[in-house]
Write a protein that binds this ligand. Sequence first.
Ligand code: G4P
Length: 529
Amino acid sequence: MSLVNEIHKRRTFGIISHPDAGKTTLTEKLLLFGGAIQEAGAVKSNKIKKGATSDFMEIERQRGISVATSVLAFIYKDKKINILDTPGHKDFAEDTFRTLTAVDSVIVVIDVAKGVEEQTEKLVRVCRMRNIPMIVFINKLDREGKDAFDLLDEVEQKLGLKVTPLSFPIGMGFDFKGIYNIWEKNINLFTGQNKQTVEDTIAFDDIQNLELDNIIGESHAEELRDNLELVYEVYPKFDQQAYMDGDLQPVFFGSALNNFGVRELLDCFTEIAPSPLPKHAEERLVKPEEPKFSGFVFKIHANMDPKHRDRLAFIKIVSGTFERNKPYLHIRHNKKLKFSSPNAFFAEKKEIVDISYAGDIIGLHDTGNFKIGDTLTEGEQLHFKGIPSFSPEHFRYINNADPMKSKQLSKGILQLMDEGVAQMFVLEFNGRKIIGTVGALQYEVIQYRLEHEYGAKCSYENFPAHKVCWIDDREADPVELKEFLRVKNKFLAKDKEERLVFLADSEFTIQMTQQKYPSVKLQFVSEFE
Ligand code: G4P
């Protein structure tokens, strides 16, 4: 098969949701359709149980599982589907943000009873920033929940999306009868008994047909007709280009647990979701169909075995094909590297493959060569954009608790930061190191891993910062900039790329600083537009 055909077969996407909305369950059902697993319950939940803050066995177990479920690939209707797993736990949100740089589209899962939740808002904001095509799946229709129209309103308002329902529920909760599939023009009746297989659908392109009353009852039929009329009146028609541009989001309803509405979602997804998209490098736009390989590292996973400190670097192939044992240029090190055992992922297994195509994810064994954001090519100087750091929410000084092991500590910290476990900032005026994280759990992970993998001990001390602001001085007035740097001296630090940041202690400080030094722009993301 030609390169172009292979690429057009691929659908690489991520599922995002607030914890407990049903991401794991939906993933599992999708795999079931792909024949990648035989029974429900086979996908291990990639979740850290609530209250597991100090349960290190749980963290370790989690790390093992998340390697296995990092990429779940399967074939469905001749399409190669790559699902990139995104951790639901909010303390690992940074990891999810990075994974979103490697997807070509996203499915957003929302709980019908809870509606739009905090984590969904944050993640969708990142997708919107990048215009990622999104499909919304409203889950748990077998339970009592919010009114469908209210929910659609909520999705539009809280998530800033423009929706078009492609299916619509008939009843809900106890009275849930099924869904009308606007996309395929048929009805799927809910029995609640078919958790493993596909239910039969009844073709129904004329909703006025009185047969409908016989099937779902008069009152449900009337209600459905009214609802659909409203849908057609209020919401725009599906438009492929608008969806691809991130301007319109189709919505499906269903129940992942009951395997209901999932086939509809998957069928529509394979039809409309984008095949691998071009990606911007600093130098130029790189297209997937280009014959020469290029790719970038979006995730690094430490190996489970602490004795061999090797890691798995996850690469998204942006263009061409990646071949085993062929030398590729590591741009940051300006060094050619060969990989004898690149891993590809299939369902929950990983296996060594000879060739992978644009859109695929491969796992490369790494002994410390890679950092998140690194680019590999066949020789061309390319630097892929779009793996920014976001401001952490927690900040602590990190101290060496065992003076005999200071080398190990430094090395450990650097490697953990390369993996993207947290961000480190070095204060300009005294050189002290500050670790910034998205959640408190990371501090325990770092302490534990430093001790078990590097034999180093650390302690923490609170640092009173609220947010990291990257300093954009491209249009700064030199006098104003000088004054800013002098006055804020004690709160200035460098991030891992040696970019200057201001550690602000409150929103108020940020506001005051912006007012006082308007030409010095404070940014909350490390990559500037
Ligand atoms: P997550 O990955 O988004 O965090 O959610 P997950 O799939 O683990 O689902 C969270 C809970 O919601 C699970 O129940 C799951 O069974 C349930 N669930 C998922 N889809 C549906 C649905 O369509 N209807 C109903 N009624 N429930 C659904 P749990 O009790 O927390 O876990 P478990 O003991 O069932 O594994």
